[in-house]
Design a protein around this ligand. Structure first.
Ligand SMILES: NC(=O)c1ccc[n+]([C@@H]2O[C@H](COP(=O)([O-])OP(=O)(O)OC[C@H]3O[C@@H](n4cnc5c(N)ncnc54)[C@H](O)[C@@H]3O)[C@@H](O)[C@H]2O)c1
Ligand SMILES: Nc1ncnc2c1ncn2[C@@H]1O[C@H](COP(=O)(O)OP(=O)(O)OP(=O)(O)O)[C@@H](O)[C@H]1O
Length: 569
């Protein structure tokens, strides 16, 4: 087969490599006056060949196990093939001519092309597997929810009435019998013993979780109808008839009863305000209050009056918080909202964020007016912004199976993959669904939600995006290239960022600036939009709040207005 035929035919990788290796031109390359490939290029050739073999192995194992994706054999064969390639090279008698060199480099280009195709195929398969896993989890959670809705202890008017009359304590374990492991039950029966301050022994004070309805206001007339996007293609004319992205309103169907406070630590003013607000909510609204264990200790140290305040002891109880809490109140800056969101690995109750930080993009409520603000929210209806989160999985090279991932991590702002303490450029291969996007060579990459667009991504040159825009931002950090502009991708995509085997160093992933994880060569990070957004209450509405925060927080496009007395035509 000639080289031209090879290039045109787009051979499978294995054959392309075989061709390159067995090519007589390849064997007869020799040193001399002609510049031969220097050591680094030979090394990269070896790496390409070994990478290719690893990829071929991966593909083979995809096929061999009835669709089960496995990368187990790739590491072994990679090491073996790299060794073999290194052993092979010194034995190769090298002679040279210009033509041979040209042909040799063309052969290598063909191999590289084939490698790229295999890598894309692999990424597609892996992204698809992750997507299926996500869908499966979502479906399981939904089934669980519908089971709960239909289960006898949660439905039926009589039973509900009965439950509301009961004053006995419901142990946490009983809830899991009713609602399964996830405890995703919006009609949880939690009971309140006696109104007013209770002794701390009745620690698991309970109330029924409030139910609510969401509605989509249209052109400001808040008519409660949710109009879906509608694409008509009648008579071959494609028309978009409706856009659903209107302001979302939350209307309580039963009064909220339990509020969770999340507060910024180490701040005296926050501690004082928290104590005051808790007292007000108990005395004026007769609400149950949950606080973090640290805050519970602080309140009790201040006054035993706060005995009624509830908290939790362990991770298992944290996982059940969403079944008990109707509303989250945060006191702090944006970091406190991020912290609050991070406590909820599944559904998140609506968040009312009071501004006690310096910037406050996600904290629209003025703390001085907490009474009016909370009154409005507790009575409803109120506008909310549904803030998407990123669901991220780290897949280790050592994992036996593509689905053997670590626990997913949810990020409200962004996931950042950077060079950490390494002084080398990061080298990251990025794929979007089945398509190769680019290789990032620079300080790193930010994959951001639209809510996070005004945070780190903005500092790295990304655009500011309204939080209701359905997209994912792809923003490089200090790319060492003149043409690497930031991208915004649709929210439906799954992104895969891979540290290739020939990367000079490790990379580090962090989630909303926390929880740093090292990514070694061969490891990958997969991100898609999580099914669990964070609903944040608006002071006015999504757009007004967003514009106010970029004006007041960032002084966006602030410029003195020109005087009227300039030159005239
Ligand atoms: N160079 C940078 O701009 C840079 C560097 C590292 C982290 N960060 C951001 O900090 C966030 C963590 O926040 P933190 O409070 O825990 O850390 P922090 O205390 O270091 O504060 C970071 C700053 O970012 C602001 N911020 C956070 N989320 C924002 C958002 N969605 N829109 C606008 N501003 C926002 C905060 O108000 C705060 O002023 C990360 O998610 C990341 O976006 C930014
Ligand atoms: N409840 C909490 N528990 C532990 N850490 C928290 C909690 N709330 C906030 N933090 C952390 O405290 C730090 C500061 O919080 P936050 O950003 O809200 O306040 P700030 O720095 O005063 O505000 P800003 O960043 O707007 O100036 C953040 O890193 C955040 O992760």
């Amino acid at each position: 087969m000639s080289l031209d035929e090879l290039t045109e035919k787009e051979l499978p990788v294995s054959e392309a490599i075989q061709f390159a290796q067995s090519s007589s031109k390849f064997r007869t390359l020799s040193p001399g006056p002609i510049p031969i490939p220097a050591a680094p290029s030979i090394r990269s050739l070896v790496e390409s060949v070994s990478d290719a073999r690893a990829n071929v192995d991966v593909m083979a194992s995809h096929q061999s196990e009835n669709g089960t994706i496995s990368t187990a054999s790739s590491t072994v064969s990679l090491i073996e093939s790299e060794k073999a390639a290194y052993e092979y090279l010194p034995q190769t008698p090298i002679k040279s001519t210009d033509a041979h060199l040209v042909e040799f480099s063309e052969a290598m280009r063909t191999v590289a092309k084939a490698l790229r195709r295999v890598a894309e195929g692999k990424a597609a398969a892996q992204a698809e597997a992750t997507e299926w896993k996500r869908k499966y989890e979502l479906e399981t959670a939904q089934k669980q929810q519908s089971k709960i809705k239909g289960c006898s202890c949660c439905s039926g008017n009589n039973l509900e009435k009965l439950a509301s009359q009961l004053t006995l304590e419901t142990p946490v374990s009983d809830q899991s019998v009713c609602c399964g492991k996830h405890g995703i039950c919006s009609h949880e029966v939690l009971q309140d013993e006696v109104p007013g301050p209770n002794p701390r022994s009745s620690h698991k004070m309970v109330g029924r979780k409030a139910s609510f309805k969401l509605s989509w206001g249209c052109n400001g007339d808040k008519n409660g109808q949710h109009k879906h996007d509608f694409v008509s293609f009648e008579k071959g004319d494609i028309t978009t008839a409706e856009r659903s992205n209107k302001q979302i309103l939350l209307k309580w169907e039963s009064p909220p009863q339990t509020v969770l406070f999340i507060t910024k630590p180490n701040s005296n003013s926050v501690r004082v305000l928290c104590a005051e607000m808790v007292r007000w909510l108990k005395e004026h609204k007769n609400l149950n209050v949950f606080v973090e264990p640290r805050v519970s200790k602080e309140l009790l140290a201040e006054d035993s009056y706060y005995n009624f305040v509830q908290t939790w002891d362990n991770d298992e109880e944290t996982k059940l918080l969403h079944t008990k809490v109707d509303l989250i109140v945060t006191l702090g800056g944006d970091g406190t909202v991020l912290w609050a969101a991070s406590l909820f690995k599944g559904p998140v109750p609506p968040v009312v964020a009071f501004a006690l930080g310096s910037l406050g993009f996600m904290t629209p409520f003025p703390s001085e007016q907490y009474r009016e603000c909370l009154d409005n929210v507790l009575n409803g209806p109120f506008s909310i912004t549904l803030r998407n989160r990123l669901q991220c999985y780290v897949i280790r090279d050592a994992a036996k199976d593509e689905l053997e991932t670590e626990e997913p991590i949810l990020a409200l702002n962004e996931v950042t993959i950077d060079r950490g303490i390494s002084s080398y450029l990061t080298y990251l291969e990025c794929y979007c669904d089945s398509s190769f996007v680019t290789c990032v060579q620079g300080d790193g990459l930010i994959i951001s939600t639209t809510s996070g667009s005004t945070a780190y991504s903005l500092a790295a040159g990304g655009s500011m995006v309204h939080p209701q825009v359905p997209g994912i931002l792809f923003t490089p950090i200090c790319p060492h290239s003149l043409s690497f502009r930031p991208l915004i991708l649709p929210e439906s995509v799954t992104l895969r960022v891979q540290v290739p085997f020939n990367s000079r160093g490790q990379a580090w992933a962090s989630f909303d600036g926390k929880d740093r994880k090292m990514l070694s060569p061969g490891d990958a990070l997969i991100c898609s939009i999580s099914p669990w957004p964070v609903p944040t209450a608006c002071l006015v509405d999504s757009t007004t709040d967003f514009l106010r925060s970029i004006h007041e927080g960032l002084h966006w496009n602030l410029r003195k207005t020109q005087s009227f007395d300039g030159p005239r035509e």
